[in-house]
Every structure is written in C-alpha cells, then in structure tokens.
Design a protein around this ligand. Structure first.
Ligand code: PHE
Length: 449
C-alpha cells in the first residue's frame, strides 16, 4: 500500500504485461500438441468452455485479490482475511511455479536452440524424418539441454532484477504485436498448402469419441495454464494494477487475445501437419518438427523461420517473467531482501529442479513415476492438479470468505464503474459453478470415481 511500491505505469502497460503472461509457449507449443494428441475439435470445444466458465471468473478473482491487498501471492490472502490459513494458496502456488518453470524453461531452451539452428540454415526441409531427427538429437544431448535451459534462466533472472515497470513491462509491450502479425502470415502460408483442408477439418469438426474424463481434465488444466491462473501469478500482477483499471474488462480482453493467438497457432500448424504427413499426435515435438516444414518451401522462408523462433522466445520470456515473479515477490517482500537476490535464489532453485526435467530426454529418462518421466510428470502435476486445486481454493476464498460485498466493491473500483449486474453473475460463477465444476472434472479425470 506504500506509494513506493513498484507497479505497472499505464493502462496499456497493464494490458501488455498481463497478456505477456498469458501468451507464451502455452499457445504456440502446448495448445497445438494437446489438441493434436487429444483428437482435435472436440478437445478444442471443451477447452473453450473451460476458459469461459472457469478460467475467466477465476482470473478476475485473482487479479482483484491482488489489487485489493497490494501484496504477493502469500500475503495477499492473509491481508484480506488474516489468521485463517488462506496464505496456503500462495504456498501451493510457489510449488506450482517451481514445477512449471522446471519444464517450461527447458521448452524455452529448445526454442532458443531452434533460433540458432534456423539461423544456421539447418532446418530448411519439409521431410518429417529429417526434422524429427533434428529435434531428437537436441533433446537427447544432456550438455545442450542443460546449457540452453541455463541461458534461459539467466535471462529471466536478469530481467526480473530490474523490477516490475522497467523490466517486465518494457520487454513485453513491444513484442506482442509483431508476434501476432507473424502468426497471421504463417496462417496464410499454411492455408495455401495443398491438403490444408484436412488440417482445418481436424481442428474444427469435433469427434467426441476421443473425449474421456481424463481428456476433459487436460482441457481444464490447459485453460488454467493458458490464463496463468491457479498459482498466484494473477494475484501478483493484480497487485501491480492501477487503482482505476477496469479488472473484468482487462481480463476479458486478455482472454480473447490469448484465444486468438492459440487459434492462429492451430491454423498455422495443423494444415501443415496434414499437408506434409506429420502425425498430429506427435506430442511435445509437434511444433518443433512442423513449423520448419511450413517455412521450408516459402519465399523468404529462412528469414521468417528465424523471426518466428525469436518471437516465440520472447513470448516465452514474458510468460516466464510472470511465473518467476511469484516467488521473487514473496521472497523480496516477506524477507525484505533486494529483488536481485530474490531473483537469484528463485532461479537457482528452479535450475536445480529444472535440470532433472531437462535431462528427461537422456540421463533421467528412466526416472519414472506413474509411468511419466520428470518432464511429463512436472507438467502433468502442475497443470492438471496444482493449478485446478489452486483455482478451487481461490474461488472458495472469494465466494465464502472475502465475500460478495467486498468483491463487488473491488470490481467496481469502489463504485466508480457501474458493473454490478456483471459482477453479480461473476460472483455466482465463482461461488458455485467454478469450484464444483473443477472438483468434478478433477475427481473424474483422476479416476477417483
Ligand atoms: N500462460 C503461460 C503460457 O501459456 C504459462 C503460465 C502458466 C504463465 C502459469 C504463468 C503462470 O505460456
């Protein structure tokens, strides 16, 4: 609440940073590969429903908690309702941040490596065998896996040391528009490939035979991951929001823009998957093997391929800054130490745990739990368990503890906005619909009943 607290400096800055958190590898890497491995349009439909019914209300809840309390992911809950243990939500969030960063920094590392490969002209081919081999070689080499991950982490730690408005805001607001334009260009290219229509059919005509309870859980997990909710990122960013920012409107815009980027990524990738004979269910390698093929036969392809991976790297950076900001804010504010030290500690811990994930293609490939290697395990547990559980708790916090009146006051900026009706509907979603829906999907998806 002190006026010296750092924060986002303009309405556009708030939107850009929040969008910078949401848009990332989730759109370009995770959304296409999950849609591909879970049958296409049916999965997409459930993901859209989850985003609207659960994602948006929880996102608004999180941002408003942060702004009302002006505190980090643990303190915010304690400040609004002291002494009832709600800070536990933030502690779970710290764990989620660690597990997500452990694999996310590795995928970002692959993107960085692909910038280098693309610049060297190594990827100009549309041969599925060759492109799959290039990816496998990278993942299977322990030294380069670790090296790229640590380069990524050093960058993230460095930028975060500069603070909220100078570091995060400055980087994200310049790059989002360019990424968007480039994706549109790739879509046009993808749609003009011979055989593109099979890709569109896959993406847009639902086949519900592939939808099982565990697939529904994955779609809900993706909705959380995409909107950066369920772990306190949006609480933390909300604490930097300006007092006059319209929270529901900002969240709605971020959600729509984020969905647009995912759809563009889908339209860029699936026509090419079918045109060149890749397999939609290739898994985490999907984007890395398909995108080079899209560029290979295109005029200026070499240049655009480098640009694509550079911009994806920046999108990943914007998202990672928001993930690591969660522990940095907690450590810096609660232990009253300098931001750069908090950033160093966070990045160090993430690096240690993350190395285990980075080596999942080589040295730790056989370290399996529930049949999953460390990379897949961290991804599964964070997206499909920790984030949804965080979402339930955040919804319960607003619905049952902080309460309707206080929440509506926060959403209306103390009465300055007349959004009572909308806020009332949101309250019903947060109080009843979201927690129940998430709980049922989780229990069914995990096979509890
Ligand atoms: N939303 C980000 C993405 O899609 C990932 C993320 C998850 C960021 C959780 C913050 C918190 O890439």
């Amino acid at each position: 609440m002190s006026s010296s607290r750092d924060g986002f400096s303009s309405a556009f800055g708030v939107l850009a940073a929040t969008l910078g958190s949401a848009v990332g590898l989730g759109n370009i890497w995770k959304f296409p590969y999950l849609t591909g491995s879970n049958g296409g349009a049916g999965f997409l439909l459930i993901y859209l429903l989850a985003t609207l019914l659960v994602g948006l209300p929880v996102m608004i809840a999180e941002i408003s908690i942060g702004r009302a309390a002006r505190g980090d992911a643990v303190s915010a809950f304690e400040r609004l309702r002291p002494g009832r243990g709600w800070g536990t939500i933030g502690v779970l969030g710290l764990l989620a941040a660690l597990l997500i960063m452990a694999f996310y920094s590795e995928v970002a590392g692959w993107v960085f490596a692909y910038v280098a490969k693309a610049a060297a002209g190594d990827l100009l081919s549309s041969d599925p065998k060759l492109l799959s081999a290039a990816f496998s070689t990278l993942v299977a080499d322990p030294a380069s896996a670790l090296m790229w991950q640590w380069i990524v982490l050093a960058l993230v730690g460095g930028i975060l040391s500069f603070g909220v408005s100078r570091g995060i805001e400055a980087v994200t607001k310049r790059l989002m528009p360019i990424l968007f334009l480039l994706l549109v260009l790739i879509c046009i290219r993808g749609l003009t490939l011979p055989g593109a229509s099979a890709g569109l059919a896959f993406l847009f005509s639902p086949d519900f035979s592939k939808i099982t309870p565990s697939v529904v859980l994955v779609a809900v997990g993706l909705a959380f991951f995409k909107l950066s909710i369920g772990m306190g990122t949006m609480v933390t960013y909300g604490s930097y929001f300006r007092a006059e920012q319209n929270i529901p409107m900002t969240a709605k815009r971020v959600m729509l823009a984020d969905l647009t980027v995912s759809m563009l990524a889908g339209i860029a990738i699936f026509p090419a998957v079918f045109a060149f004979g890749f397999k939609p269910e290739a898994g985490p390698s999907l984007v890395f093997i398909t995108i080079p093929a899209v560029f290979a036969g295109m005029p200026g392809g070499a240049f655009f391929m480098v640009a694509f991976f550079v911009l994806t790297a920046f999108a990943a950076l914007g998202a990672m800054l928001s993930i690591v900001e969660v522990p940095v804010a907690v450590i810096a504010e609660r232990f009253r130490i300098k931001r750069w030290k908090a950033a160093l500690i966070s990045v160090g811990v993430i690096g240690a745990v993350g190395s285990v994930a980075a080596l999942s293609g080589s040295l730790t490939a056989d370290w399996k739990l529930f049949g999953l290697n460390p990379f897949d395990l961290f991804d599964y547990v964070s997206s499909n368990i920790l984030l949804p559980v965080g979402g339930i708790l955040i919804a319960l916090f607003v619905g049952a503890s902080w309460g309707r009146a206080a929440w509506l006051r926060e959403l209306s900026n103390d009465g300055a906005l007349s959004n009572q009706a909308l806020a009332g509907v949101l309250f019903v979603l947060v109080r009843w619909v979201s927690p129940l829906l998430i709980a049922v999907v989780m229990l069914k998806g995990l096979g509890v009943f």
